[in-house]
Design a protein around this ligand. Sequence first.
Ligand SMILES: Cc1ncc(COP(=O)(O)O)c(C=O)c1O
Length: 420
Amino acid sequence: MSKKTLPVSHERMAELASKLPTPFHLYDEKAILENARAFKDLFSWAPEFVNFFAVKACPNPNIISRLARLGFGGDCSSLPELYMAKASGIPGERIMFTSNDTPDEEFAEAMRMGAILNLDDISHIESVKRACGKLPKTICFRYNPGPDRTGNAIIGNPVEAKYGVTKDQLLDCYRIARAEGVEHFGLHTMVASNELEGDYIVETARQLFTLVVKIHNELGIDIEFIDLGGGIGIPYRPEQERMDLAYVSENIHRLYDEMIVPLGLRLKITFECGRMITGPYGYLVSRVRHVTHKYKDYVGLDSCMSDLMRPALYGAYHHITVVGKEDRPHDHKYDVTGSLCENNDKFAIDRMLPEIEEGDILVIHDTGAHGYAMGFNYNAKLKHAEYLLKKNGDVAMIRRAETYDDYVATLRFDGAEVKI
Ligand SMILES: Cc1ncc(COP(=O)(O)O)c(C=O)c1O
């Protein structure tokens, strides 16, 4: 069971919601940093362990820079994310550029910044040469195990996935890269998303260790780091359990001792986790605009799926607390909706909640990763502000809300002619 609590008292949450324009996101600094530190400590046995925090999960430098000070790196998938990682104080060598369908100019800029290029395809060796004139000294390849693994609902079946080099291509990738002057090698895979079963991650490590051994034996290349990707899940539902990360670490350690140590390798272990670092410690705070009774009963919020897409996109569950009514009987069934002109703009369907009135404050839990970041502007919905609940209890604005001027800033009202 993962008890769903608020990061402040109900009175303080009500006060915040009365003083700050809703909706807004609130991130709990203390909990994020404690959690990040605990993750790092669990893998202290591994040489130079690093989690490249997935910038896409929570692209706010106020949070990323705090993680960077703990020694976290950044996993980036685009040029703006590379810039954000850099602006958050992450040095190039701690930036993993795990992109796909990558434009040449992004390879070039990533290499210039000293980031590690994680190539998604064998043909990208040529792309990097074209873009950068040569390959960098360090390179990583993203492996797709295909039929050897099953994926899960969010990431999909590896055979159907657009990511990574196949089993048959992998050794050639390293062979070619070495011939092109690469000296340091990494191996990456990501075959799960929001996975709660620890054995799944242990099995992924076993699979990568097996490949490290194979590459060592067949090519004489010593892989220097493996990157187990992101994908460690969080218990969105109260009845779910957190992944037992101590178990995961212990079992990866055991495999490491069995498979890697005898080769005399000093293999580094890295991850690209985002969700499990910030996910549980972000909250979307919203106010009830209307309670309506049609064929079903609806609670209409002042937020919508552009503030949190996961329920509409994946049918994902996010727990909801009605502030001040936690202990009342949950004896009313509602669809909790936003105001988009899309009928799937629902945060919850048939959710049992206490009786709700206009003006109630609803807190949607576990929105600290892939929450704000996935937002969009359909229906000209303006994105809300983000706040950090600091360790001392103060609240700091870490991103202001969008304005109409922001929304139209890229428009050209004069229809400026383009010379082609
Ligand atoms: C390549 C890659 N790495 C890391 C992540 C982060 O995953 P998570 O936030 O679930 O840990 C993602 C998520 O989409 C990803 O695509």
